[in-house]
Structures are given as structure tokens and as C-alpha cells.
Design a binder for this molecule. Structure first.
Ligand code: CU
Length: 211
């Protein structure tokens, strides 16, 4: 979920937001209907109600069961379909123009290493409008790389490389945009980094002509 001042939603964020809306809307609707019916039936079929005696002999109750099952399957099928249909927007792409950055978590800071071998502590610099693929690892304990403004979160595990990706079109410095989301020791709360999104020209100067 974007909380900053981004004007256009990056593709992964739009996908996650749409999925969240599907689950949230259906979840809330189902809750309201179920709780409403519970209260209604508690009153309508209470022991002193005039309809109480007739309830246990109602012959067509299988129809209600059928309708309930059909509605449930339709709702579940809808969110499942939306979830699987979103996979192509969420899985790591690999266009030739992708930028790879190695992200190393350590107690208690983030280190970013670029294709030219340069490293930055506490700041991730990326160009606008390109797919950024992060190779995330740790050199000590478990950490979790979170760039929640862009719905990116991935564990940083020693001896393992996990990938995450994002794309952002708006240049700027996003202060404290990156945090650790795995309790990793006494300095966990201060394991924060900035995201700096630069223009393609500035990126080329930064990376020294290669990417
Ligand atoms: Cu950590």
C-alpha cells in the first residue's frame, strides 16, 4: 500500500491493492451477511416464536443448503481466480533492461551493492522506470527487507539469496522507506534505509556508463 506521495501506482502495488480490495470487499460482505442472519435467526426461531414448531419439519431445507454452497463456491472461486490471474504481474520479471542490486542485511544496517561493485550503506539508489531486481541475503542473522511503500517484503537469510522486484517512475528521495521486519537484535528498530530514485541520466552517471 502506497503511503507516500507517489502520483502513479507502480504495477505490483496496483495488483496488490486490487487483490486486497477483492478479499476485503468479499470478506466484509460475507461477515455482514453471516452475522446479520445469525441475529435474525436467533430472534425469528427463538423457542417462544410461533414459527419454532414448524422449523424442524421443513422439507425443502436442502434447497437452502444448495444455494449457500453455490454462493460460497462462487465467492471463493472469484477470489481464487483473481489471485492466480495476478501471479503474472507479481512474479519476478527479467527484461533485458533489468537493474540488479545485491541487498545484504547485517546487524544493524542494509548494504546495497550495484553492478559496478560500488556499495552504499543505508541508501538504495535506483533509476526511475526500470525493473529493479533485488538479490537479498544476510551475513549474520535472519532479517527481512521491507519497502512497504511499494509492497515489497522479502526475508534476508544467511547463505540464501531471495529475490524481490519493483519498478517506480517517480524520482525523489524516500526517507526511511526501507526497514527490517524481522526482530534481529537490539538495533533492529534502527535498521532503516532510504530509497533514492534518480533519472536515467543521473543513474548512468552513478553507475559509470554500465548497468
Ligand atoms: Cu534486521
Amino acid at each position: 500500500m502506497v503511503t507516500g506521495n507517489l502520483q502513479a501506482l507502480p504495477p505490483t502495488v496496483a495488483t496488490f491493492d486490487a487483490l486486497y480490495s477483492w478479499y476485503f470487499d468479499i470478506g466484509v460482505t460475507a461477515s455482514v451477511v453471516v452475522i446479520g442472519m445469525l441475529v435474525l435467526f436467533m430472534v425469528k426461531y427463538r423457542s417462544k416464536s410461533p414459527v419454532f414448531e414448524r422449523v424442524s419439519h421443513r422439507p425443502e431445507s436442502w434447497k437452502i443448503v444448495l444455494v449457500t454452497v453455490a454462493i460460497s463456491l462462487t465467492l471463493l472461486g472469484t477470489v481464487e481466480y483473481q489471485t492466480f490471474a495476478s501471479f503474472s504481474n507479481i512474479t519476478v520479471p527479467d527484461p533485458p533492461s533489468s537493474i540488479y542490486v545485491r541487498v545484504t542485511g547485517m546487524q544493524w544496517q542494509w548494504n546495497f551493492t550495484y553492478s559496478n561493485g560500488v556499495s552504499q550503506l543505508g541508501n538504495l539508489t535506483v533509476p526511475a522506470g526500470r525493473v529493479i531486481i533485488l538479490n537479498i541475503t544476510s551475513i549474520d542473522v535472519f532479517h527481512s527487507f521491507g519497502l512497504t511503500m511499494l509492497d515489497v517484503k522479502e526475508d534476508a537469510i544467511p547463505g540464501r539469496v531471495n529475490q524481490a522486484w519493483f519498478e517506480i517512475n517517480q524520482t525523489g528521495t524516500y526517507t526511511d522507506a526501507i526497514r527490517c521486519f524481522e526482530l534481529c537484535g537490539i538495533g533492529h528498530a534502527t535498521m532503516i534505509a532510504n530509497l533514492t530514485v534518480v533519472s536515467p541520466a543521473a543513474w548512468n552517471r552513478f553507475i559509470g556508463g554500465s548497468s
